[in-house]
Design a protein around this ligand. Structure first.
Ligand code: PLP
Length: 519
């Protein structure tokens, strides 16, 4: 059974108005019963229900969830964040002439990022996250190349480890992607291969600092230099490393430069909702200069409403996250972020030797600092997908979330860990449970994909599948989610996914997630 409370049925909607005015949606037609909007419910009851819903979620504080969340281990930062958000929640960031505070705060926040990763003349924008920052960087490069170089069939050159958000941007914005394989041992982009992929149509070249999947730093200077040599822009995706590595450097460790000070780098994305310890919805996109940033803006005067100038994808937006980013950045300050980077480094220093000493575990590449990916080897010493997935499930049963990453283009399947300051006090417990999980995984049934299922999958054409076909296939494979939500062990699901061709995998994933959002 799911621990998720069921939606309140229309009949239970309390209050005298119910009988006279039926709740909205109560008579909704169709197979899915839409939960009705009640006549109204008391605030304390709703807040209690919201809190209860969190019970089934992975914990966002306490250092047991190794992806998605960033815990500074400082409760006063959470309090400040909530208060700062509240102070600006009703402000509309759409119009800084009506809400001048928005311009002041954004100049401060972008200015702080420019001071750390910029160069003289750099300009940028506060956005809703890494995906939006990347989308804007790609749009800017596309429009810049069209106006300056006359490129009409734009291409994006990127290492295979670049974040999926670049492929999303290319998909949304009509660019073709040229993906360059990385070095299979270091997992870093090979600068000469990236350089060789640049053509007259290339509008942007990408490097990661570091990559999300393996946490390794690409050779930024070489890639940016090659791009500049061809008159092409270069974006450094520092979404996850941009607000960690500079502070790691301040602790005295060596960090290769990767910001706008590196010749040839023309834009950088930095997520503040990762190692900036701001709540979700905070990132900065920074450009070399105003001339470049201009291509990001959308202005429109051809309608009878207010004149539109949108720097970002969003129109109306709350001032809450911007105010929160401003408050958290200024509260922690250089010294606070340096201390937190030191805690993350300490966590890595404790974790890595422990991982390397654990039988069967192999750390992938040379982590730049805060992200660690490791694979689990079978009896033959080769990475074993089934073991990797079993370990993820075993760890989940022990209260830890490690993020499974499937095999890709010759790169091994692995488990990803995002380290945070809250990890430090958990390392010993994590390593003990990990050793137990690896041992348990070895005694589990090997994860295999049923040959019949694989055969059926091979006959499926992702372009012509109906939703019923997909549901039928998932049920046949034993992966129907039914009413109660998610399978308890993900290994069989992920093993099947791993074996499928990418297009089919994408189609099934979309249907699967769609099935979770039932209305
Ligand atoms: C998180 C991340 C992104 C995408 O950002 P979102 O904030 O999830 O939209 C892009 N690149 C890297 C390297 C990241 O870690």
């Amino acid at each position: 059974m799911s621990s998720r409370p069921s939606p309140v049925p229309a009949e239970s909607a309390a209050g005298p108005a119910t009988a006279a005015s039926p709740a909205v949606g109560a008579d909704a037609p169709g197979p899915t019963r839409v939960p009705a909007l009640p006549a109204g419910r008391p605030a304390d009851e709703l807040l209690a229900e919201l809190r209860a819903l969190r019970g089934a979620d992975a914990p966002t504080r306490g250092g047991r969830t190794f992806a998605y969340v960033y815990d500074p281990g400082l409760p006063e930062v959470d309090e400040l964040a909530t208060a700062a958000y509240g102070a600006f929640a009703t402000v509309n960031g759409l119009d800084p002439t009506v809400f001048p505070s928005v311009a002041r705060l954004e100049n401060d926040v972008v200015g702080a990022v420019a001071a750390v990763l910029g160069a003289p003349g750099a300009q940028g924008t506060f956005t809703s996250g890494g995906t939006e920052s990347i989308l804007l960087a790609v749009k800017t490069a596309r429009d810049h190349a069209r106006s300056v170089r006359g490129v009409t069939r734009p291409e994006l050159v990127l290492p295979s480890t670049a974040h999926a958000a670049f492929h999303k941007a290319a998909h949304y914005l009509g660019l073709e992607t040229v993906t360059v394989p990385v070095d299979p041992l270091t997992f870093r982009a090979v600068a000469s291969d990236v350089a060789a992929a640049i053509t007259e149509r290339t509008v942007l070249v990408v490097a990661s600092a570091p990559s999300y999947a393996h946490g390794v730093l690409d050779p930024v200077a070489e890639i940016a230099g090659a791009a500049a040599g061809r008159g092409v822009l270069c974006h450094v995706d520092a979404c996850i490393g941009g607000w960690f590595l500079p502070f790691l450097a301040r602790t005295g460790r060596t960090v290769e430069p990767f910001g706008l000070s590196v010749p040839g780098v023309t834009s950088v994305s930095v997520d503040l909702h990762k190692y900036g310890y701001v709540d979700k919805g905070a990132s900065v996109i920074l450009y070399r200069d105003a001339e470049l940033r201009r291509h990001q803006y959308f202005a429109y005067a051809g309608w009878p409403g207010y004149p539109v100038v949108n720097p970002t994808v969003q129109g109306t937006k709350s001032g809450g996250l911007l105010a929160q980013a401003w408050a958290v950045l200024n509260h922690l300050g250089e010294d606070g972020y340096t201390a937190l980077a030191g805690r993350v480094a300490l966590a890595a220093d404790r974790l890595l030797p422990g991982l390397r000493a654990t039988d069967g575990i192999r750390v992938l590449g040379e982590p730049a600092g805060s992200l660690v990916a490791f694979t689990v080897a079978g009896a033959d010493g080769a990475p074993d997908l089934g073991l990797v997935l079993h370990v993820a499930d075993e760890m989940r049963e022990r209260g830890w979330y490690l993020q499974p990453q499937l095999s890709f283009d010759g790169l091994p399947p692995n488990l990803h860990l995002t380290l945070t300051p809250a990890t430090v006090d958990r390392v010993d417990a994590l390593l003990a449970d990990l050793a137990a999980s690896v041992a348990a995984a070895r005694t589990n049934e090997p994860v295999t994909v049923d040959p019949g299922t694989a055969e059926l999958a091979a006959t499926l054409d992702p372009d012509t599948l109906t939703p019923e076909d997909v549901a039928g296939f998932l049920a046949f494979a034993g992966l129907g989610t039914g009413e109660t939500g998610l399978p308890t062990r993900m290994a069989p699901v992920l093993a099947l996914l791993d074996a499928l061709p990418p297009r089919l995998k994408e189609r099934l994933l979309a249907e699967f997630i769609g099935s979770l959002f039932r209305v």
